[in-house]
Design a protein around this ligand. Structure first.
Ligand SMILES: Cc1ncc(COP(=O)(O)O)c(C=O)c1O
Length: 398
């Protein structure tokens, strides 16, 4: 009945928890949702005000397909300020979130017969988008033992004559791990030598907690600008997930191709959203700093609470807003067979939503989003520990 491409892709597994949480809430249960991949903060006031002004000023019609000039200039100015790279408006397109930025980039440069190398544990959409482009994903696994750090050599070792490029996500979902400038330089030099693309997913770029050098776009522009595509988003840094705005930056031929795709699919991003994102990017950035500071202290606190049980293993992540915890010892102690089953039982019996590692191609782990208040995070940790004790007692036959 359906087209053959539908048998190659699966719908997003990270939305499963959302559905369960809605169901339980509608039954009156007190659900603690640590499944969400989105900020719990409201969109900053000056951003909302810009949207109201856009509506009141009747800025409610079609815009240029690739985005209003103001916004494309604002994105270019941001990258010049943050990373010292410069590009023209013809090298940037405004998209409906980072998701569309990445989807269009994949469709523009990857196709049948191509292999595209990416890393797991990772955000499942990247692999599915490679398949939607009729290309073949080649997976490189990062290791919990060094905090899921991305190293260049395993990525380079995965190159075959069919390789067309890499998709790199840093800070990464679900691990929060970064690729260093040095490792990316090594990868870029190898990619350049073979004429391969590097697509860089920077959607969590504003959520890096330690003062490490992280000028990844600078590295790629210096080493291989003509084969670099950078995808960004207003969603996470500005607490704007529902507004749907991201962008792709790359060679003008790629951006023109993304524009052609978008012109037949979604056209321009919502005109009101675009005005709001201009305000977000060009306005005061202290709201971003405040949110980042709050996430950092939650990360530290929740990490301390969780790892108080020495069977929970977790390297403190450098970015994003997730703790990706290894629960293999908890599975052994509770007799629960898989992390998927553990996450399901935790929702149904303790009303705590997490995302099982299976969603990120990493069984044995749970992703805990700390985009929630400390009070709710503490409640979730208490419920998790009571849940484990209950199952330990069952496993011990008590
Ligand atoms: C790694 C990663 N990239 C990109 C995105 C896209 O986000 P959005 O489409 O809201 O910009 C997400 C969202 O969860 C993500 O986790």
């Amino acid at each position: 009945m359906l087209a053959s491409r539908m048998s190659r892709i699966a719908s997003s597994p990270t939305l499963k928890g959302l559905l369960a949480a809605d169901r339980l809430r509608s039954q009156g249960m007190d659900v603690v949702d640590l499944g969400a991949g989105e900020p719990d903060f409201p969109t900053p006031d000056h951003v909302k005000a810009a949207a109201r002004t856009a509506i009141d000023g009747n800025f409610t019609k079609y815009t240029a397909n690739s985005g209003i000039t103001n916004l494309r200039e604002a994105i270019a100015a941001k990258y010049a300020k943050d990373y010292g790279i410069s590009f023209t408006p013809a090298e940037v397109i405004v998209t409906a979130g980072g998701k569309q930025a990445l989807a269009n980039a994949a469709l523009a440069v990857f196709g049948p017969g191509d292999e595209v190398i990416t890393h797991v544990p990772g955000w499942p959409t990247i692999v599915e988008q490679i398949k939607l482009a009729d290309a073949t994903p080649v997976i490189v696994r990062t290791s919990a033992s060094d905090g899921f750090t991305l190293h260049a050599q395993p990525l380079i070792d995965a190159i075959t004559p069919k390789t067309k490029g890499f998709i790199i996500n840093s800070p990464a979902n679900p691990t929060g791990a970064l690729i260093t400038e040095g490792e990316l330089t090594t990868l870029a030099q190898a990619a350049k030598a073979k004429g391969l693309w590097i697509v860089l997913d920077l959607c969590y770029e504003q959520l890096i907690y330690e003062p490490e050098p992280a000028n990844l776009p600078g590295v790629l522009f210096r080493e291989m600008r003509e084969r670099t595509i950078v995808c960004g988003s207003a969603s996470k840094g500005y607490a704007m997930t529902g507004w749907r705005c991201g962008w792709t930056v790359g060679p003008k031929e790629v951006i023109a191709a993304c524009g052609a795709l978008q012109s037949h699919q979604t056209s321009n991003v919502c005109s009101i959203t675009q005005k709001a994102v201009v305000a977000a990017i060009t306005g005061p950035q202290d709201c971003v700093t405040a949110m980042r500071d709050e996430y950092r202290s939650r990360r530290d606190q929740v990490w301390t609470w969780l790892t108080a049980d020495p069977r929970i293993k977790c390297v403190k992540p450098a970015g994003a807003f997730y703790l990706f915890i290894d629960i293999t010892e908890l599975l052994a102690a509770t007799g629960i067979k898989t992390s998927a089953e553990f996450a399901d039982k935790l929702i149904e019996e303790s009303y705590v939503v997490t995302t099982a590692g299976e969603a990120f191609d990493a069984p044995g782990f749970l992703r805990i989003s700390y985009a929630n208040s400390l009070e709710r995070l503490k409640e979730a940790c208490n419920r998790l520990s009571a849940f484990v004790k209950k199952y330990e007692a069952v496993a011990a036959g008590r």
